[in-house]
Design a protein. Structure first.
Length: 292
């Protein structure tokens, strides 16, 4: 085996990216988990694959796998990275691309300064489309978690999000409340969870618990969901800078019925070649242990 890949990141949300157009990429959940392992594999939050598209007018199919091995609908930071990857590797010479995902079509555009803007489509607010197990819209709706009530806003940006306003995002209980909300029965496909502090009408501080990956430095769809929620709360305007642990994104949303647009960087760290698939983590090796 001689499988080429790139290691990329968008604000520290990092990826192993494969060209599935010019080579065969035979992924399994076990191989994805081994690749994503930061001690025994390459290390990443998600594994991304560009493949040929069977749809007219669409450049590529874009597939996203979380570090736990599961395939998911959408990844905004990943969308910027695969667009840059397609240009850098000669898969396309176009600035504006159309990609299909499990969550629908998106359009990344590579800007002159190297950043990428992605039209993420119209956010979905209806419970049946997110999906939720309860009908209707959930905007600052009460939800009980371990006997405590939280006000949540549910949004889909091609994937499900649960957004909460907090006074201090830095002090938010990501590792406690994040997994509890990710796995809450309201979200049959689980949820990404955003903890949002409104700092100004054009600025949000956001921290993310990402479905299937845990705490991440950034989440593009999470930034989009945070702005949609904050607009619905009446707290921000049409263009907002979202400050994540890994850096900043600019999100634009005119309001209901309009697409949400995200602009930010896409960085290639290195390119590599797999001579063989990484071995799975030994059962005796516990996460986070080691001599250093």
């Amino acid at each position: 085996m001689n499988l080429e890949f790139a290691k990329m990141h968008g604000l520290g949300n990092d990826f192993v990216v494969f060209d599935g157009v010019r080579q065969t990429v035979d992924l399994t959940p076990e191989r994805i988990r081994a690749l994503a392992d930061r001690r025994f594999g390459v290390g990443c939050d998600q594994v991304l694959v560009l493949e040929p598209s069977e749809r007219a007018g669409v450049d590529f199919a874009y597939r996203i796998y979380n570090a736990d091995g599961g395939e998911v609908e959408q990844c905004g930071n990943g969308a910027r990275c695969v667009a840059a990857f397609a240009r850098e590797t000669g898969l396309t010479d176009r600035d504006l691309l159309r990609l299909t995902t499990l969550g629908g079509e998106i359009e990344p555009e590579i800007l002159a300064d190297g950043r990428v803007t992605v039209d993420m489509g119209v956010p979905r607010l209806d419970g049946a489309e997110i999906p939720l197990t309860e009908p209707g819209e959930w905007v600052r709706a009460p939800l009980a978690v371990d006997g405590e009530e939280h006000r949540i806003t549910a949004v889909s940006v091609g994937n499900p999000h649960c957004v909460l306003e907090v006074p201090d995002a830095g002090a938010a209980p990501l590792e406690v409340l994040g997994p509890a909300l990710e796995h809450h029965p309201l979200f049959p496909n689980r949820a990404n969870v955003e903890f949002v502090a409104v700092e100004a009408p054009d600025r949000l501080r956001v921290r993310v618990w990402e479905r299937g990956a845990g705490v991440t430095l950034a989440c593009g769809t999470g930034a989009c969901a945070a702005v949609v929620a904050a607009r619905l709360w009446g707290r921000v305007g049409e263009e907002v800078t979202v400050v994540l642990d890994g850096g900043e994104l600019v999100i634009q949303w005119a309001g209901r019925g309009s697409p949400v647009r995200m602009t930010g960087p896409a960085v290639t760290v290195f390119r590599g070649r797999l001579a063989r698939w990484p071995d799975p983590r030994p059962a005796t090796a516990e996460k986070g242990t080691g001599p250093f």
